[in-house]
Write a protein that binds this ligand. Sequence first.
Ligand code: PXP
Length: 239
Amino acid sequence: MTRLSVNINKVALLRNARGSNVPNLIQVASDCESFGAEGITVHPRPDQRHVRYDDIPLLREVVTTEFNIEGNPDPDFLKLVLDNPPHQCTLVPDSPDQLTSDHGWDTLKNGDRLQEITAALHEKGIRVSVFIDPIPAMIEGAKKAGVDRIELYTGPFAHQFSQNPNAAMADYVEAAKKANDIQLGINAGHDLNLENLRYFRENCPGLLEVSIGHALIADALYFGLSNTIKMYLNLLRTP
Ligand code: PXP
């Protein structure tokens, strides 16, 4: 079964635009869960333009499904995660000024660092996932670093999907086989939406979790949050 984790960063962005507490991020997280979300993802960045560091303890208290904190493991991020242990931490190699994550780790070049960070997170009982491009050598590097899961960066898949779904999926199919062979769990995320999600899920063997933010929150403007979450869940459940 593939679980749906809703990334609520865009809800925080809307709240931050006015400096008030509308919409109330903590309430939205809780409501996403009651509408069926099986996890809540946040991506605190150093400029705190999305979810803020002071949101994290409050979210950790209310989230009853899976709490996933993703981000670049700089010292502030790591302290935040270790002080407020989520169920899962997804390590992402994005730079502070990056608009959004657009590439995975070089797990070979960064192997020692990832191993050290993973060990520290494991000590707190946190499952570790690394954001990664669908490249077999990078998956092997992730395994060597001792992580539990990989999160496949699906941006390139999403961009090619409308022209040629089969070609768009090819590298991901191989990557999933590799990860399954060496017993790494598979998550996926970025630019997944109502058009491409079912195809990705059906063709990625062993897909455990998707985290979806931008498209889902945009769809909620038209369909409402409750309907939208059910529409995404439906794509993950039906054959
Ligand atoms: N995974 C990672 C590592 C991300 O940085 C993001 C965006 O914050 C997502 C998944 C979700 O991508 P999207 O907002 O396009 O659904």
